[in-house]
Design a protein around this ligand. Structure first.
Ligand SMILES: [Zn+2]
Length: 59
């Protein structure tokens, strides 16, 4: 995926910068623990399509 595009992507929910996770081909929002899928090199920044990831710590 385009590096420049990656740096411009923000979470549709909280507007925080998203991190690209190459292993899962997802854009990840740390704040919401949401992973947005990247389909055919196009990030799908829809909350309804995002995968909710579980926080592993117990704080
Ligand atoms: Zn977010």
């Amino acid at each position: 995926m385009n590096k420049r595009l990656q740096t411009l992507l923000v979470c549709p929910k909280c507007k925080a910068k998203l991190e690209y996770q190459a292993a899962n081909k997802e854009m990840f929002c740390r704040h919401d623990q949401l992973a947005f899928p990247v389909r055919k090199n196009v990030p799908v920044l829809l909350e309804m399509d995002a995968r909710k990831t579980e926080a592993r710590n117990n704080q």
